[in-house]
Design a binder for this molecule. Structure first.
Ligand code: ZN
Length: 367
């Protein structure tokens, strides 16, 4: 009998030790310290025990390190999927000029393909950074989907919390100002859709799922934060978020980060990060509980599997706002992450609807 449950995809952004230190403004990140040798031997057996095959979004410059190759090969050999998470992991991709962005994506793709033997077909921008130019580059390079958006009103709050203990200067804070997006990201859809791009082309967008209607996050980092208040509250909130997904026909795309599974005992340099006082053992137990609840109602798959299934159905078509497109390379980026207009459903391959849709874009935009 075939499994009739709706799908939920699970992905993990392999942000390395150095990228956490860099975001936090800590010295020494330039030497690119790595925890790959601890992370992969920890996470692969956990996923194996739970029977999960997920997508790892890999940062290109980490894939280019020869010592990482056996670990990445082991990940692929265990049946996991690979996505592109940029080369330098800079969360301001929307400020890049088109040729610079093309080089960034292509360089990451080559490094990841070289290290894993798999060419990525999905992309997630660091810090949920995104631009219309990025989407066109992904299409030109044959990508199946983008997964860079996080539709939530809580981005600015998350940013404040994140920078609370950082050692960044005012200039560095300004540079990172687009991290976690703007409040306007909340107007973006939670369910997958197709970006309508020039010349009738479309690219599938699979947002990081937030609670439908409320747009509150429920990725694992957020759940672990809630678990500190109460594990009962965490599980109650997760069940509520998933009930909302079922009620609205939303198939979740569930996001993980290395620190969701690595304990403070395994990454001592990051002990100052929220939740790093928990042990790896404790985190693995919480992870298993969360995946158990997710798996009660959804069939858990990697993102490429999910993308192919979505592409076989009817998917709404949306146009990047004209103001967004023109602001994509301006030095003042917040409008880049603003809303899109809902246009009309399109069947797989019905890219011709895109040009008609473009004229309707401005009306629904939030500036
Ligand atoms: Zn990242």
């Amino acid at each position: 009998m075939t499994d009739q449950r709706p799908l939920a995809s699970v992905s993990l952004d392999v942000d390395n030790l150095w990228s956490y230190l860099k975001t936090h403004g800590d010295p020494g990140w330039e030497q690119r310290p790595s925890y790959y040798d601890v992370f992969f031997p920890t996470v692969l057996p956990i996923l194996e025990r739970l029977g999960l095959r997920i997508t790892f979004f890999v940062v290109g410059c980490d894939a280019a390190v020869p010592a990482h190759e056996p670990l990445l090969r082991a990940m692929v050999a265990a049946g996991h999927d690979v996505g592109n998470h940029s080369y330098e992991h800079e969360p301001w991709l929307h400020r890049y000029a088109p040729d610079q962005l093309e080089a960034e994506i292509g360089r990451a793709e080559s490094a990841i393909t070289g290290a894993t033997g798999r060419r990525p077909v999905g992309f997630r921008g660091p810090g949920y950074s995104w631009s219309p130019t990025l989407l066109e580059i992904l299409l030109d390079r044959g990508y199946l989907y983008d997964a860079s958006t996080l539709p939530t009103y809580l981005g600015p709050l998350a940013r404040t919390y994140y920078f609370w203990t950082s050692r960044l200067t005012a200039a560095e804070r300004a540079q990172r100002a687009a991290l976690f997006g703007s409040a306007r990201d909340g107007f973006r859809p939670v369910r997958p859709y197709r970006w309508a791009l020039p010349a009738g082309r479309t690219l599938l967008e699979i947002p990081v799922t937030t609670t439908p209607i409320l747009k509150t996050p429920f990725h694992l980092s957020y759940l672990l934060y809630l678990s500190r208040i109460s594990e009962v509250a965490m599980m109650g909130y997760l069940r509520f978020a998933l009930a909302m997904c079922r009620a609205t026909g939303t198939e979740p795309s569930f996001l993980l980060h290395p620190l969701d599974l690595l304990g403070g005992d395994q990454a001592p340099a990051l002990r100052f990060f929220p939740g790093m006082d928990l042990s790896g053992r404790r985190k693995a137990a919480l992870f298993a509980r969360v995946m158990g609840v997710l798996g009660e109602h959804f069939r858990l798959v990697d993102m490429t599997t999910h993308a192919r299934a979505i592409l076989a159905r009817e998917t709404p078509l949306r146009v990047p706002d004209a103001a967004v497109a023109s602001a994509a390379h301006s030095p003042a980026p917040p409008s880049v992450t603003s809303a899109v207009a809902d246009v009309r459903p399109a069947r797989a391959g019905a890219g011709g609807a895109a040009s008609n849709a473009a004229s309707g874009a401005a009306s629904g935009a939030a500036s």
